[in-house]
Design a protein around this ligand. Structure first.
Ligand SMILES: N[C@@H](CCC(=O)N[C@@H](CS)C(=O)NCC(=O)O)C(=O)O
Length: 239
């Protein structure tokens, strides 16, 4: 029956969607993939707003339960579909789980927030990033680098990958899409390379979306340049 299935509404060029997609894959949750094209404003269509009044992707409808907010979806998927062999991704023990939750909230409230703030003009209009928000981004990358340094373990919360690594990796892929160089954050860079190499669903769930965003930004920049040139020529003709 259709309402008993798991439906995943997503757009590959969205970092939070990539985080949920990687979680669905690693948990081997049988799901139907339904692309919502943000560039065609499919998320503003009445049927989607009825499903998620906030009209954001990712959205998951799991056996009739509709959820949005990527990190909440990831936690739910673990609670609902996690099995003994993948429980390490979201440990049940309170202290270990709290460490994962801490990084999930850091990702949402600090890191991804800073990425969106800084790169907003570039992503949406092809303009340079907002210089007033550069410190916000640098501070959050510094924090992340420092957490990894003092943690002294290969992944954000210990010896094994957790959903916090998946969420933060998805945010970092947005930096890749922006061609932002974060090599100077040594621990962060090495961690990102480690997760990209060792997490089996990174390539499948991230590379195409990163390319889509990169190409779209290049297109917006080219359109903007053309428009400015047109306006410049028009103003010369007027004089
Ligand atoms: N905090 C949310 C953010 C979701 C979000 O803003 N998604 C964007 C794409 S990256 C979106 O759907 N934007 C369309 C809109 O807000 O109308 C999450 O993690 O799921």
């Amino acid at each position: 029956m259709a309402w008993l299935s798991t439906e995943f509404y997503f757009y590959k060029g969205s970092a939070p969607c990539r985080a949920v997609w990687m979680t669905l894959k690693v948990l081997k949750v049988d799901h139907e993939e339904k692309i919502v094209d943000l560039l065609k404003a499919e998320n503003k269509r009445p049927w989607f707003i009825r499903l998620n009044p906030q009209h954001t992707v990712p959205t998951v409808s799991d056996q009739g339960l509709v959820l949005w907010e990527s990190r909440a979806i990831m936690m739910y998927l673990m609670n609902k579909h996690g099995a003994e062999e993948n429980q390490y991704l979201y440990p049940k023990e309170a202290e270990e789980r709290a460490k994962v939750d801490r990084m999930m909230f850091f990702d949402m409230g600090t890191l991804y927030h800073a990425i969106k703030e800084y790169f907003g003009p570039k992503i949406h209009q092809g303009l340079p990033p907002d210089p007033d928000k550069e410190n916000l981004l640098k501070t959050s990358l510094d924090y992340l680098d420092h957490f990894l340094e003092i943690g002294g373990v290969p992944y954000l919360c210990g010896e094994r990958i957790t959903i916090a690594d998946i969420a933060v990796l998805a945010s970092v892929t947005e930096l890749d899409a922006m061609d932002y160089n974060y090599k100077c954050y040594g621990e962060l860079f090495r961690w990102s390379e480690r997760v990209k190499e060792n997490f089996p669903h990174y390539k499948e769930c991230c590379l195409e979306g990163v390319e889509m965003t990169r190409a779209r930004v290049k297109q917006l920049e080219a359109d903007l340049k053309k428009q400015m040139e047109k306006e410049r020529k028009a103003s010369i003709t007027k004089k």
